[in-house]
Design a protein around this ligand. Structure first.
Ligand SMILES: Cc1cc2nc3c(=O)[nH]c(=O)nc-3n(C[C@H](O)[C@H](O)[C@H](O)COP(=O)(O)O)c2cc1C
Length: 314
């Protein structure tokens, strides 16, 4: 198992609760990490760098590094993010244990985080991006595979993970429709060190989205998830019914720019009115407290391990 040093023995189950725009709150991060699962949130969930720092202070004040699991922040490393430098300065100041980068790589950022003892995981959807990230010196690679909530890849998890393992011996995470502890065990058996779970944590009491959105997650099946570039120009998975609820046709196949225009003309707010979710919704049928969900994942993970041993030894 390839985990960052200092993480061994601190996790109830090998899981990172993935950062989710408008969804991951301090209560969700603290709830997961205090229950032995790595919590995280996107820096952009706060409207300003000052607000972001307030959350860093709140979360580190509520967690005990000697007892709780590590936690992390997601930074969008893209030229559209004009807060990158200021938010990075706050991360360094508060020595956030884990930084998850997406939509771009930045070598200086990686060095700065590693310089204070933090680790950087980077999410990838192809071997090309993975090789660039390895070359840049990341500590971990997150394989975002077919069926993941939000910006998803198109590769099959078996195929992608196997290829990644041949070129990378750092921490490997698998994301995409993982909703149960048995699936976490399956990811481990396939060669991942950690599972990366988003959608399942969206349907918890502590997540920041509306009760209507949580209820839609419970009702939805994998077939209700559509992969569309309509919202941000990049293919991402959304709940079909949220398009219908916003007066849009989920099967409209016009080019992304045109659809984006339609969305704006209708005064629909992407992500706020159109709800991202992965195909793992089919396995979600309740809205538990996050501590109960973490406990359940741990128990299911252990039971799956015992089951795997029985399959071999009879
Ligand atoms: C509602 C929602 C919002 C998301 N927002 C972000 C984000 O801000 N940054 C990011 O790197 N990934 C984001 N993601 C992707 C997740 O971090 C993760 O890759 C994905 O949820 C894993 O797949 P799963 O949802 O099938 O578990 C989001 C996913 C969802 C469902």
């Amino acid at each position: 198992m390839s985990l960052p040093s200092g993480w061994f023995g601190r996790l109830a189950a090998p899981v990172v609760a993935a950062p989710m725009f408008l969804t991951s709150t301090p209560d969700l991060v603290v709830g997961t990490s205090a229950s032995g699962i790595v919590g995280s949130f996107p820096a952009l969930n706060q409207r300003s760098t000052q607000g972001f720092e307030d959350w860093l202070i709140e979360i580190s004040g509520r967690l005990d590094p000697a007892r709780d699991a590590p936690w992390g922040v997601n930074l969008v490393v893209h030229k559209s993010n004009d807060r990158l430098e200021a938010d990075l300065a706050q991360l360094v100041k508060h020595k956030v244990p884990l930084v998850i980068t997406s939509l771009g790589l930045n070598r200086d950022l990686i060095r700065e985080v590693q310089g204070y003892g933090g680790v950087v995981f980077h999410d990838v959807i192809s071997m090309e991006f993975a090789e660039k990230a390895i070359e840049a010196g990341v500590d971990g690679l997150i394989a975002v595979t077919h069926g993941a909530g939000g910006h998803a890849g198109v590769l099959n998890p078996f195929a992608f993970l196997q290829q990644l393992r041949t070129v990378f011996d750092g921490t490997l995470l698998l994301g995409g429709a993982v909703s149960t502890g048995a699936q976490v065990m399956a990811a481990r058996l396939m060669g991942a060190d950690l599972a990366y779970i988003g959608s399942r944590f969206l349907a918890t009491r502590e997540s920041g989205v509306s009760e209507r959105q949580k209820a839609m997650m419970v009702d939805a099946t994998a077939e209700d998830v559509i992969l569309t570039p309509a919202v941000s120009g990049i293919p991402a998975n959304f709940l079909r019914q949220s398009f219908v609820g916003a007066g849009l046709d989920p099967d409209d196949r016009r080019p992304p720019e045109e659809l984006n225009l339609t969305i704006r003309n209708k005064d629909v707010k992407p992500w706020k009115d159109l709800w991202a979710a992965g195909q793992g919704v089919g396995a979600i049928d309740d809205i538990p407290a996050v501590a109960d969900l973490c406990h359940r994942l741990r128990e299911e993970y252990r039971a799956a391990g015992r089951h795997a041993a029985e399959l071999i030894h009879g």
